[in-house]
Write a protein that binds this ligand. Structure first.
Ligand SMILES: *[C@@H]1O[C@H](CO)[C@@H](O)[C@H](O)[C@H]1NC(C)=O
Ligand SMILES: *[C@@H]1O[C@H](CO)[C@@H](O)[C@H](O)[C@H]1NC(C)=O
Ligand SMILES: *[C@@H]1O[C@H](CO)[C@@H](O)[C@H](O)[C@H]1NC(C)=O
Length: 493
């Protein structure tokens, strides 16, 4: 992410700092010492460093600038914490030389200021750390995300991160790769759905069952910020690229595992899909009053909200936390569990009223005349969301049914009769006529757009909510952008 200020600089510096030691052949003693301390620090032993164990640290602020020049590397400065000794400066040179010998193109030498507490003398010490690394952008404008996921939840999550400025590499298994890419309809050579969920990502094929490919993957992890995966819990561990292995090459890595039921619990290892997750969370118990079976939810809310959005939110939180802890973590996203907080109001009600919600019969699920859809004369639908009395009154005025204002608009014994009256009224005019009538009325009433009307609706056009992407055959797809404009974020168009 761009514009994190000092935090961003710290991330940049620490990114350099956590390169695996194998990047430097046979590090000498000073380098090893530095690496050891680095690792201790990176693994969160913030209060474990004793001054006596760390003789390199003595106060000398001025020399710092000179070292950076002498080594003529690109140094990122945090001058307020510049404290080091002659021995430390040798370590700096050793690192610089090691980097040079390896011919690291565009190598960066960086240091970071930090505050440590000595456990024996209880003093706080401000110190710096130095490391050399390969081609790390000092601004670190983009977070590097490695995406091992397939189908919908993971790819949408990393598409969101990409729109927020991340550099995403999608790593797919050998053919057929992400089998969503084969699903019709095709746009050029791949599925339209696949293209919309993965455009703008770097693509790479790796077979994680192969040792050489695994090694390649770990090299990428060493320089990455986030790995997102959607295998069944335990699969990454069996492939020997589980969180422990990732953390060993990069303590700052944030691993986000998206699964149906989470990494533990009795259902952890069960296969499932969105419908099953919604079933387990109780979402299906809320609708389908008249139907013989609950209708299939037409939005994959477990995959998208429970999976993609929840994962993106938790990843952002972990990135933010890392700016102070300097270590990553393993995030466990259970798509079914993430649905539970979306139903907070239902659970709150149920525990007080000691009854199950009525299918399609609650205030917001179709039980109230003031909150539902009505069919129009031309077989379209108009939505009424007049929950507050002032909107109910405005509705009554707009449809020229003044007596309506005096009737109860919430869930009551009269709901059905009042609903019936509104059914008749709305059936008397076309959607276009109702749209004109409600254009000037603040009553929370809108036409339910047909799908083909959405992209061209003036509101979405005005807000530039969709973008065009090009398929390999030159055809163009219109797909939603990630809404939101965070100041300074490096957002692709
Ligand atoms: C560092 O360099 C500055 C000029 O860039 C010089 O004034 C200062 O004396 C140098 N410090 C040391 C310790 O060599
Ligand atoms: C994103 O990452 C890839 C692979 O590491 C790299 O080749 C590319 O230059 C990066 N793009 C940006 C904009 O940083
Ligand atoms: C909560 O309870 C009220 C009163 O019974 C009811 O009108 C409303 O529909 C309930 N809300 C939910 C989300 O179940």
């Amino acid at each position: 992410m761009k514009k994190l200020g000092i935090a961003g600089i710290l991330i940049a510096v620490l990114a350099v700092f956590t390169l695996p030691s194998r990047g430097l052949d046979q590090p000498n003693e000073n380098v090893q010492k530095l690496m050891r301390h680095k690792l201790e620090y990176s693994q969160g032993v913030l209060e474990g460093l004793c001054v006596e164990d760390f003789p390199m640290i003595v106060e000398n602020t001025k020399e710092l600038g000179n070292i950076s020049k002498a080594a003529s590397w690109n140094v990122i400065e945090t001058p307020e914490y510049a404290v080091y000794s002659a021995e430390f400066s040798r370590a700096v040179k050793d690192l610089a030389e090691a980097a040079e010998n390896k011919n690291l193109d565009g190598a960066t030498l960086a240091y970071v200021g930090m505050t440590m507490k000595c456990v024996s003398c209880h003093k706080y010490v401000r110190g710096i750390r130095v490391a050399a690394g390969e081609s790390v952008s000092p601004e670190f404008e983009l977070q590097t995300v490695l995406d091992l996921t397939l189908l919908l939840p993971g790819p949408l999550c990393t598409q969101i991160l990409l729109d927020l400025g991340a550099n995403v590499t999608k790593i797919e298994p050998p053919a057929p790769g992400d089998y969503m890419s084969l699903w019709p309809p095709l746009a050029g050579s791949v599925s339209a759905m696949y293209l919309a969920l993965n455009h703008g990502k770097q693509q790479l094929t790796l077979n994680l069952k192969d040792a050489t490919d695994r090694e390649k993957f770990l090299e990428m992890v060493a320089k990455a910020d986030v790995v997102v995966e959607g295998f069944r819990p335990g699969v990454l561990d069996r492939l020997e690229v589980g969180y422990e292995q990732l953390r060993a090459v990069n303590p700052r890595i944030i691993l986000c595992s998206i699964s149906g039921y989470g990494k533990d619990g009795p259902l952890s290892q069960r296969a499932g899909h969105d419908l099953n997750y919604q079933a387990l969370a109780g979402v299906l118990s809320l609708s389908g009053g008249d139907a013989s079976t609950p209708p299939n939810p037409s939005l994959q809310v477990a995959d998208t909200c429970g999976g993609s959005y929840a994962a993106a939110m938790l990843i952002m939180a972990a990135l933010f936390e890392r700016t102070t802890t300097h270590v990553g973590q393993h995030i466990d996203v259970s798509m079914s569990e993430q649905l539970l907080p979306l139903m907070t109001t239902s659970f709150a009600n149920a525990s007080v009223e000691n009854r199950d919600p009525q299918r399609d019969g609650e205030l917001l699920s179709g039980g109230a005349p003031c909150y539902r859809s009505y069919r129009t004369a031309d077989d379209q639908y108009f939505t009424v969301g007049a929950l507050e009395p002032k909107f109910w009154h405005a509705l009554a005025a707009a449809i020229e049914l003044p007596e309506l204002a005096e009737t109860p608009h919430l869930v009551t014994e009269q709901s059905e009769a009042i609903t019936q009256r509104l059914v008749e009224v709305f059936a008397s005019k076309t959607a276009k006529e109702w749209t004109a009538i409600f254009a000037a009325t603040d009553a929370c009433c809108e036409k339910a757009l047909e799908f083909n009307e959405v992209v061209s609706h003036e509101h979405w056009v005005a807000r530039e909510s969709f973008r065009e992407i090009e398929a390999s055959d030159g055809s163009r797809l219109k797909v939603p952008k990630m809404p939101g404009s965070l100041a300074g974020m490096n957002r692709p168009r």
